[in-house]
Design a protein around this ligand. Structure first.
Ligand code: CS2
Ligand code: MN
Length: 355
């Protein structure tokens, strides 16, 4: 197993590479060119600059999160062929630098959704929170006005003001859209890119929907065992795999996370390990990584990975905001570093028990 840490880049993240270097056990920076819109090819020179930045620290750049998929691909519009061609060129460019895994998602319009980024926890920290009833009762525009970061800006990915300006058109485009149609468009995309990914030794790792159910009436297809089975079967190539996010999938208590890891292990190429506490009314909050603090048995997830001798990259996912840290919501240094030490503690004892 390799331990990764997601980083948003110099000038774009309160956490720095020297800080990450001081967290024991981290070998991989999970990176992206965060200013690139979905669509164009990632230029070689930009990727090379990232490599140069990591070199002094000895971090590898094996995992990219994310190369975003253009909306026209999800919608199946004629322009998709050009965007797919670009995506293939990006795969080729990344492979020149030894990238092994590309994380991405196939959620229409938005990435993850919460109703409060700084919800108070009983211990005095704050965390990302989802209030189920609120999402059922407000429009996305109204929700966006209330989900702000400390400086009064929108920060949920996919919820940027320039995208929200066109939200009505975006919803219109998905009117009457079914899961089946979305899955067909996924299949078209994956069938087109899989041969290139296989040739370049790159594995595509789709991130589950977050929350793992349809919101605002838009279809979602990566949220439970049955749908994941269907998605993997749709394109049987080894290049078509998963980012297994325990917190995203864990927000639905019907998802048996450990049995899903067991079932899909051969197609899991990257793992986000985080916990989530789910309330009886369907609300959930992103608690500490510790098993006892939430609904996901993180210790058993690690045991399952260890039993399968998992060699890929894992990373802590969203953390709480603790010790007055000012950071990107969910992506501070302190709680994610605590999460890493918990995950490594569990992992190390499992490895010792094997000897
Ligand atoms: C991530 C996702 O921050 C997060 O929740 O797990 O935003 C993830 O990066 C994307 O869905 C992958 O495309
Ligand atoms: Mn995740």
């Amino acid at each position: 197993m390799q331990m990764g840490f997601r980083w948003y880049g110099t000038g774009n993240d309160s956490v720095t590479l020297p800080y990450i270097k001081q967290i024991p056990g981290v070998t991989s920076i999970v990176w992206s060119l965060h200013d690139m819109a979905a669509g164009p090819v990632w230029p070689i020179e930009r990727i090379a600059r990232v490599q140069e930045e990591f070199k002094p620290f000895g971090f590898n750049m094996d995992v990219v999160e994310s190369v975003n998929v253009h909306e026209d691909i999800k919608l199946g519009l004629p322009a998709r062929d050009q965007y797919i061609e670009n995506y293939i060129q990006t795969i080729k460019n990344l492979s020149e630098f030894g990238v092994k895994v590309i994380c991405y998602n196939f959620m229409p319009i938005f990435d993850w959704t919460r109703t409060d980024l700084f919800h108070p926890m009983p211990d005095g920290s704050t965390a990302l929170f989802f209030e189920a009833a609120k999402v059922n009762n407000v429009s996305p525009e109204d929700l966006a006005k209330t989900v702000l970061d400390g400086s009064g800006k929108y920060t949920m990915p996919g919820w940027e003001p320039e995208r929200l300006a066109h939200i009505k058109e975006a919803f219109k485009a998905y009117e009457g859209f079914t899961e089946e149609r979305l899955l067909n468009n996924f299949k078209y995309f994956m069938e087109a890119i899989a041969p290139a990914a296989e040739k370049e030794g790159i594995r595509m790792a789709i991130h589950p929907d977050d929350p793992p159910w349809s919101i605002f009436g838009i279809p979602r297809i990566v949220n439970n065992a049955e749908n994941i089975r269907r998605l993997l079967a749709a394109v049987p190539s080894k290049a078509n795999g998963l980012t297994f996010c325990t917190g995203s999938l864990g927000a639905n208590p019907k998802n048996d996370i450990v049995s899903m890891v067991n079932e899909f292990i051969d197609r899991i190429y990257f793992i986000h390990v985080r916990n989530v506490k789910v309330f009886p009314n369907g609300d959930f909050i992103e608690c500490s990584h510790r098993a006892q603090d939430g609904n996901v048995p993180i210790d058993l997830v690690m045991k399952t990975l260890s039993d399968h001798d998992f060699k890929g990259c894992i990373r802590p996912d969203h953390g709480r905001h603790i010790w007055d840290e000012k950071c990107r919501p969910g992506y501070g240094l302190y709680d994610r570093a605590l999460g890493i030490m918990y995950l490594l503690g569990v992992w190390d004892i499992l490895q010792r028990a094997k000897k």
